[in-house]
Design a protein around this ligand. Structure first.
Ligand code: XBP
Length: 261
């Protein structure tokens, strides 16, 4: 394993639990604003998360709705209208403080900055959603924190395709073994692995029970040292959380673990 040059962050599920109380709620508000009777409850949204990308998710759901427009251009216009409204509602929810960062995220970001480990964002979500979330939590200069930000509109194929990660590596000018990705979903892990990048998995609400293949570590979150595979020393480390030394140790060890809860 080469020296760790960059930490590559997934957004939804890793930086914040933004799906159930963020994107899902915002979609339902958008349906209402478009006078549509459709609503996604928590369970249905969990099923739909298999489809990455908000517009793609909506298109998929419309296939099973008899009251969706029949003509392709009308259907696509409705997808675009609902999605634009959804992103506006999502930004408002974020700005109202409804979507906190996951515990341990800000601390690891500060540590990367202070130790000169560059950071990148690798997400299938829209740039406007990343902007709303990061600006709310990191301030107006949030982009200075990241050496590269690759979002849904920057790629032709979204995760599980590796394109988002390959673009990050090329922008950063590093090889896959000089980086580590932090992911929560099987699709995100597959995308990073297909780019040969080692992956640390922080379990999220919607993917708590999903089968994960070939991560270098799987655990409950960056805020705690217990519950990780490979295990961490419970005592020690930086302030009871997962830090860069731990991630570098997992990278050096390079055991791959899988989890089929
Ligand atoms: C998560 C997603 C996104 C969001 C919605 O992406 O699948 O589609 O649910 O985003 P990631 P948009 O885990 O890669 O951050 O509506 O903007 O597509």
């Amino acid at each position: 394993m080469a020296k760790l040059e960059a930490v590559l962050w997934d957004v939804d599920g890793v930086i914040a639990e933004s799906e159930r109380d963020g994107h899902r709620v915002a979609f339902n508000l958008a349906f209402e604003a478009c006078a549509l009777p459709w609503r996604w409850d928590e369970a249905r949204y969990g099923e739909l998360l298999r489809i990455t990308g908000g517009r793609e998710r909506l298109r998929h759901d419309m296939k099973s709705r008899s009251d969706a427009p029949v003509l392709a251009d009308q259907r696509e216009a409705l997808v675009r209208e609902v999605h634009a409204k959804k992103n506006a509602f999502y930004a408002a929810l974020v700005q109202a403080g409804k979507i906190p960062l996951r515990e341990g995220v800000l601390e690891l970001m500060h540590e990367c900055r202070s130790r000169g480990v560059r950071m990148g964002i690798a997400t299938t979500t829209s740039r406007s959603n990343v902007q709303a979330l990061m600006q709310t939590h990191l301030g107006a200069a949030w982009e200075d924190w990241f050496a590269a930000v690759v979002c849904g509109e920057d790629v032709r194929s979204k995760k599980p395709d590796p394109e988002v990660y390959l673009r990050l590596l090329s922008t950063l000018g590093i090889g896959p073994l000089q980086a580590v990705a932090i992911e929560d979903s099987p699709g995100g892990v597959a995308a990073a692995r297909a780019a040969d990048i080692p992956v640390v998995v922080t379990r999220s609400d919607y993917f708590a029970d999903a089968a994960i293949e070939s991560a270098i570590a799987i655990g409950p979150g960056l805020h705690q040292r217990s519950g990780w595979r490979p295990s961490l020393r419970i005592a020690g480390g930086v302030s009871g959380r997962v830090g860069l030394d731990d991630i570098e140790a997992w990278c050096a060890q390079m055991d791959t673990v899988s989890d089929h809860p």
